[in-house]
Each structure stands twice: as C-alpha cells, then as structure tokens.
Design a protein. Structure first.
Lengths: 286, 275, 330
C-alpha cells in the first residue's frame, strides 16, 4: 500500500513535467494547426542550456531556469518565422516533414556541441522529505509545486488577459480571429514563444531526476504527442489530463508489467484510446 | 423517389436542420432556396450521406438510406456537387470524369498488380462513361486539358461531369452558378435543363433568383433549418412567409433587393400568363 | 467522334527504365568493385522501402510513420525463421511479406479511423511500439544484442553471399517493385488513390470507398517495407532494433522528398543521391543531420516536388510546340 502511495507521488511529479511540455505543443496545434514534431527537441535543447548555464557559467539554478526559458522561447519564435510561417498555405504533411528536419538538426547540433554522452544535472534542491513513511525528494516536490504554479499562471494568462484571450480566440476560430482584426502573425509568434519557454522550464525541472542526452528529445516528443492525441489535439485541459494519464500508466504499468515495458505501456494506452475514440478524450467531433 | 421524414441534425447546441419532411419528384427540377444560413447545404449533406442525421430518415426508391456512407448512396444513384468548385485541378478533365465512374467498377489492388482482364475491361468502360459524361456537359473537346486550366464555368461543368459519370438518377447541385458571370449562367442553365430533359432528376440550391425562376419546376424554401414553404415558383413567390423570410433582415441587402425585384417580375409574368 | 483516349503514354515513360535496367545489369560485368556494389545494393534495398512509403505518401497523401517498423518486421521475420527455425530464405521472405501486409491491414483498421496529422502521430506511436517490442523481446529477437549470423541465401549453385550475385538479386527485386508500382499508378485503383490525396470529400462524393482504398494501399506499403526488410536481413547478416526505429523512417522520408514525392523515379533517385552524399559526409557520422536536417526543411520550403518534380516542371515550362515535337519523337 505504501509503495502505491510512493508511486502516486512519483507519477504526480512526472505528470507535472509532461503537462508543461504537452501544453506548449497543444497550444501551438490549437493556434496554428501545426503538429510541431520539433517540440521534443526544444525540450532537449532546454535541458542542455540549463546544464551549460549551471556547470559552465555557474549560474544559480532558478536563474538558469529562467534564462533557459527565455532562450528556448526565442528559439521557438525563430523557428516559427523561418520554417512554419512560410509553410502556412502548403499541404498538411509539409510542416510535419519540415519539423522532422528541425528535430534532427537540433539533435545533431547538440551532439556536435556537447557530445553524445549522458550528462548528469545535479539537483539543486537537496534533501528528502519524509512524512508518514512516504519519502519525496526535494526535486520531485519542486517539480510538483512548480508545474502547478506554471499551469496556474498559464491559465490566468489565457483566461484573464487580453493577449491570452486572443490566443484562445485564434485556437477556436482562426478565420474569425483574422476577421475581427486579431494580429494573427503576432499571436503565432507569441504562442511559439510560450511553447518553447514551457518546454525549457519542464526540462530544467525534470532533468535533475534523470539524465541529459541528445536522444531525450525524441522520447519526450513521442510521449507528448501521445498525450495531446489522447487529450484531443489543441485542447488545454485535455493536455493536462493526458499528461497525468500517461504518467500514471507508465509508473503503474512499470510496477505491474515490468519496468522494461514501461515506455510501451504509454503507447499501448494511446493506441487503445484512439481505437475507441479517434478524436481523443476531449476532442470535438468534426 | 428521394424522400425524407422529420430530417434533422444538431451540431453541439445548434439545430442546423430540423423536422424537414417531403420528397423529390422524379424527372423534374427542384430548387431549394432560403436566406444565407438557412441550412440548405447542410440539408444536401444529409441527403448525400455526408452527415449522419441526428433525427429522421432518408429513403431512396423506398429503400432506407439513412446513415449509409456517401459512396454507397452514390452507388444507389444519388450524386452531388459542391458549393465551391471542387474538382481535381491537376488531373485532366477526362481523369476527373473517370473518377466518377469508379463507383461502377470493382477492380482493386490485385487487378492493378496483375493487370487482369477485369481491370482492362473496366478501364475501357470507365473511359467511355467518362467521355459520355463530358459530352453531356459539352466538354468533350477539352478532355485532355488539365482541369485547373479551364474557365470557372467549365470547371463547374467538370464537377457536374464527375457526378454524371457515377450514373445517377438524382443529381444534387449545390450552387452551380456561384461565381460565374450572367452569360455563362445562361449557358449553364441550358445544360441543366437538357440534363433534366434526358430524364435525370435534378435538385439544386441556388441564390440567383433569376436562374431559379426560369429553371425550377418546384421550389422548397428553408428558413432557420425548417421547411417554411413548397410549391411552384408562382405559389412560392407569393407566399407571405417566404417574403418575410427574405425581407426579415436575415438576408444581405443586395439579395433582398434582387429577390424583391424578381418576385415582382415573376408575379407579374405569372399573373399575365394565367389570364 | 475522332476522340482518342489518353495519348499512349506507356511507351515513352517505359523506355528510360529499361535502359537503366540494362545498364545496371551490364555494368557489373566490367566493374568489380565491392565498395561500389555495397553502395548500390544499399541504395536498391532502401529504394524499395522508399517506394513502399511513396504509395502511401505520394499516391494517397498519408504520412506513414511506422514504415521502418514494418521494414524491421520483415527483416526480423526472415532473420528469425532462417536462423532459429532453419527455414529457407525463399520461403521465409514471402512469409515475411504476407505477415507485413496482414499487420498493415490490422494497423489500418484502427489507424484509418483518424485523419491527417493524427494518423501520422498514431502511426509514429505504433512505430515506437514495434521498435521497443523488438528491443525488449530478448528471447525472440536477441534484444539489445540483436540477431547475428543470418546466412546469405543460395539458389542451386548460385551463392548470394558474393556481392556481385547479391547485386542482381537486389536489382531484380527493385525492378519488380518499380514495375508493380507503375502498374498500380496507372490503374483504376491508383487513380482513385490520387483522388483521395486530392480531396477525401470529393473522392467520397465521386463514389470512391475511401476506407477500403486506404486499407489496400496500406497493405501494399507495408508489404513493400517487408520485401525490402527481408532483403536487408540476408544482405547485412546482422539485425539490431535501431534500424526499425523512427529515425530510419525519417531517413526514408528524406530520400522520398529529395527524389520527389508521388513520382515514379523519385524514390530511386532520392535514395541514390542521399546515399551517395552520405558516403562523402561519412566523417560527420552522427552529425550528418547538421547537413541533412536543414536540407529537409529547405526541400519542403522551396522544392516540395523534389528532383523528379523539378524535371516535370522544367518540361512543362518549355514552349508547347517543342514539347509536342519531343513527345511525338520518343
């Protein structure tokens, strides 16, 4: 029983990190209708930037986290301008394929700069909190708290500010948004900025509990796509529910099926859900 | 022959079409009119199997076709065109028409790989059917041109040819004259009348009142997704509910204007001819 | 009516292929360079896989991101059957193809409930499941250690262990692939696929059963992937899970884009060019994508039709008189 509660806390931490990455992806899809296959690589670059800031420049952890968020936000904006904006009129598969090119390019660049080996990101928050027999590392606690805070901030931004409302409006109806005079181009840039920044924050939070490697982006990519497909492409609440669902499936799947197949469990969930509900859990039909 | 009972569809909270009952009489031209957003295209999508109705049923020749997938509805003999000119612009005119005949052929992957007798036979048959369809819309001379290189009106004819090549008994035309000039409209009107004269049942949605009044044998009026009137052009143009629907502020000013003039002219002409 | 049916196109498009085939068949008589054989064989194997992707992406407009997974299933089926059960390659290969087609059908039954981008993501997920399963199923696939020592096939006194003989085996397989794909392209079935790519709604209203067409092209696509995979297994003699993963799918996609999606020459042309290019940037190894990644993006941005498409466009831009003259000439 205790083990289950322990795993529950782990799943919450993992789900928090997944949500942040998935939220960026789902926002970009909602606003631009682009499945950004390069999103996972933004996450990966975010982890490396954080690592470099911490080890090479000795920047304090929270500052590094903020700087990485800004840097990746700008990188994502640049991608939008250079690749996705020019492709906005072309057939559906073109932006997907271009994004795949970006994914491999960023991964190769990181390998070229930092090498293909695993890097260890030391957790800045040390200590273990023990309560009623349950133990939680400081970093996991930070992951849970920080991801909840970031999500609340994002919700506040989307629901309570004018700029956020325009993003929502565009996600609902792109043509309509153009007609009522929303600057579609600027909103697209902003959305990409947010998606890059969220990915970097997730990376800075999650990387200390695992390892940093060039291939971490690909794996995360597949997972967050599974998440937003599960939750319904473009749906914000769907991304969060999907993220926690995947985290729970992986952690508990790992317990019951064996850790070896933990990664497969997530995709099995995806395949099963889609087989029953092709539009995802929260997706709208047609 | 094509009949519908209490037909309705709801998108989320929006009842786009509701409780439409009636039938399409064979061999004549029926027009469906109504102000913008009256649910005309949605109604077509229900008849052709594109949308699944949330209530009511559709029958064709006595057979229940409610909920049948589109390709099966087409196979039974109900073909349609789209409001915006939808054709394969990069394919030749002939290949466009050829695709319409696909529903009458059975060759699949194996026939393709082995180039079976059936494949050869059906290719010839498709070719003939496609040419016949092009002849009916007057495009046989342009068969080998890329469809996208034709004029807007000719592209409309290509889309009709695709529908004709399926071998339909009923042809549903969604705004065939949208986006083409008055002279071309007259030519297209003539073609549609010829199709009807050849025994085809034609149903069309149209905004151009002049075209409807000269073409339609029977008119059905939709407003807010409901059928509000039905009858001959003369009856409909004098129906107060129809006038109200059009002039009630839901239609764009120019449509209102055009409709008012058409109504007046039509009423005068029909009155005159009755005396 | 003097209305001729479609101008006879089969002859003019057929003869360059025959020329290439004859040249390819003759060259090994004069050239005995094992390195060149190796490059050529690899090109031909991956070109077959690229043709498999092309029937989906180029003809039906669907992006199948589990493609390398099926390549892997074909390869591992041949590897396991010949290595562990002692089957003849000539039995194992057809079985691998049938298995891939059957699994492709199964995947399609579920995957075609989704459309467009969700379909791509869905198949990507399936691709990962295939790779992970191959990687983790130690007892069957050898897991991380892979399958070692898959023997080259023999046919009577013919030993395909020699590069020169294997070259001919691959050449026959590739020629058969191109021939069959060309037939599909020209068929009523193939035209219906093009219609589906051009617009599903219109295809549906023209009476085409979109679902069954997609299922059948999926089977063709995965069968071709398995065809290529089986050949790969006996050529390389060693199998690891990595070759079955998404990065292989993306590499095949790159070949296709360079050559020209939806064209008959594209898959072969693209595979040839990128594989040869890779020989030159071999020093970069894992960093190849520093070059290839931007190349993929630039292609999509500026040459979405690829090399074969560029060729068609150049031909189309010539004055009509000239075009007619040359078409009549060949």
């Amino acid at each position: 029983m205790l083990i289950l509660f322990q795993q529950l806390l782990n799943a919450l931490a993992l789900g928090g990190a997944y949500s942040l990455v998935a939220l960026g992806l789902t926002l970009v899809y909602g606003v631009m209708k682009i499945p950004n296959f390069a999103h996972g690589s933004l996450y990966m670059v975010g982890a490396y930037v954080t690592w470099a800031l911490l080890t090479d420049f000795g920047v304090p952890y929270f500052l590094a986290l903020g700087l990485a968020a800004v840097a990746l936000g700008l990188l994502a904006m640049l991608l939008e301008r250079l690749v996705f904006y020019p492709l906005r009129g072309s057939p559906g598969v073109s932006p997907m394929i271009a994004a795949i090119g970006v994914l491999f390019f960023l991964e190769a660049c990181v390998q070229l700069i930092w090498g293909p080996d695993f890097k260890l990101l030391n957790s800045p928050v040390t200590g273990i909190i023990t309560f009623a027999g349950l133990s939680l590392t400081g970093q996991r606690l930070l992951m849970i708290v920080a991801s909840v805070l970031v999500m609340l901030a994002l919700f506040y931004f989307l629901k309570r500010t004018t700029t956020g409302a325009t993003i929502e409006a565009m996600a609902q109806n792109r043509e309509g948004a153009r007609l009522v005079g929303i600057p579609v181009g600027r909103v697209a840039s902003l959305t990409f900025f947010i998606s890059g920044a969220l990915a970097a924050v997730a990376a800075a939070l999650y990387a200390p509990t695992s390892l940093v490697s060039p291939s971490m982006g690909e794996i995360m990519n597949l997972k967050v796509f599974a998440i937003i497909v599960l939750g319904g492409m473009g749906s914000v609440p769907g991304a969060i529910v999907g993220a926690f669902l995947l985290a729970f499936a992986e952690i508990f799947g790992g317990v019951f099926v064996g850790a070896n197949f933990a990664d497969v469990v997530g995709f099995a969930v995806l395949v099963i859900v889609l087989a029953i509900r092709p539009q995802g859990l929260f997706g709208r039909t047609a | 022959m094509l009949a519908f009972e209490n037909l309705g569809i709801r998108f989320g909270g929006n009842q786009a079409v509701q409780n439409v009952t009636g039938s399409i009489q064979p061999g004549i031209i029926t027009a469906i009119i109504g102000p913008n957003g009256a649910g005309k295209s949605t109604f077509f999508n229900l008849l052709s199997g594109f949308y699944q109705p949330t209530s009511g049923r559709v029958t064709f020749g006595g057979q229940d076709i409610t909920g049948l997938p589109t390709h099966q509805v087409v196979a039974l003999g109900v073909a349609r065109t789209f409001q915006t000119t939808t054709i394969y612009k990069e394919l030749s005119v002939l290949d466009n028409a050829l695709l319409g005949h696909r529903v009458r052929t059975r060759s699949g992957l194996w026939d393709a790989l082995l180039l079976t007798g059936r494949e050869r036979r059906e290719r010839r048959a498709s070719q003939e059917a496609a040419l016949a369809a092009l002849r009916r819309v007057g495009l046989e001379g342009q068969a080998h041109l890329p469809a996208g290189s034709l004029t807007q009106e000719a592209q409309k004819r290509v889309s009709i040819a695709i529908a004709l090549a399926t071998g339909p008994q009923v042809l549903l035309l969604d705004e065939p004259a949208a986006g083409i000039n008055p002279e071309e409209t007259v030519n297209l009107t003539r073609t549609i009348r010829e199709l009807a004269a050849s025994g085809l049942t034609v149903v069309l949605i149209e905004h151009k009142m002049s075209m409807i009044m000269t073409l339609a044998d029977h008119i059905m009026v939709l407003h807010h997704g409901e059928k509000i009137a039905e009858g001959s052009p003369a009856q409909v143009s004098r129906d107060p509910r129809v006038v109200e629907a059009y002039l009630g502020g839901h239609a764009a000013p120019h449509v209102q204007q055009e409709f008012k003039i058409d109504l007046a002219e039509e009423a005068a002409r029909l009155e005159g001819s009755h005396e | 009516m003097s209305l001729a049916p479609t101008p006879a196109r089969s002859l003019p498009t057929g003869w360059p292929w025959l020329l290439v085939l004859v040249l390819a068949a003759v060259v090994p008589i004069f050239v005995h360079n094992n390195y060149l054989f190796d490059v050529a064989i690899n090109v031909m194997i991956f070109a077959i896989a690229a043709y498999g992707m092309n029937v989906m992406l180029g003809y039906a407009g669907l992006l199948p991101l589990a493609h390398a997974g099926f390549f892997g299933i074909g390869a591992y089926t041949v590897g396991i059957l010949t290595l562990k059960l002692g089957w003849s390659f000539w039995l194992a290969w057809p079985l691998a193809i049938v298995l891939c087609a059957a699994l492709g059908l199964l995947l399609g039954l579920v995957a075609f409930r989704t459309r467009d981008d969700v379909f791509a993501i869905f198949t990507l997920g399936v691709g990962v499941i295939i790779t992970e399963s191959i990687n983790k199923w130690d007892r069957l696939t050898g897991g991380n250690d892979g399958l070692n020592g898959i023997a080259a096939p023999k046919l009577g006194s013919l030993d395909f262990g020699k590069a020169a003989s294997f070259f001919y085996l691959a050449l026959v397989a590739l020629a058969l692939t191109v021939f069959l794909v060309a037939r599909v392209r020209a068929s009523l079935f193939g035209k219906s696929l093009i219609a589906i790519r051009g617009g599903e709604d219109l295809a549906r209203s023209a009476g085409i059963n979109v679902y069954t067409h997609k299922l059948r092209v999926m089977m063709l696509s995965t069968a071709l992937a398995g065809f290529a995979g089986g050949l790969y297994a006996v050529y390389i003699g060693f199998l690891g899970a990595a070759i079955t993963g998404p990065s292989t799918t993306f590499t095949i996609l790159l070949y296709l884009l360079v050559g020209g999606v939806g064209t008959l020459a594209g898959p072969l042309l693209g595979t040839l060019i990128i594989r040869v290019l890779q020989q030159f940037i071999q020093g970069l190894q894992d960093y190849q994508y520093v070059v290839l990644g931007p190349l993929l993006v630039l292609l999509v941005l500026f040459f979405p039709a690829g090399l074969a498409g560029l060729w068609t466009r150049l031909r189309a831009n010539r004055p009509p008189a000239l075009r007619e003259a040359s078409d009549a000439g060949v």
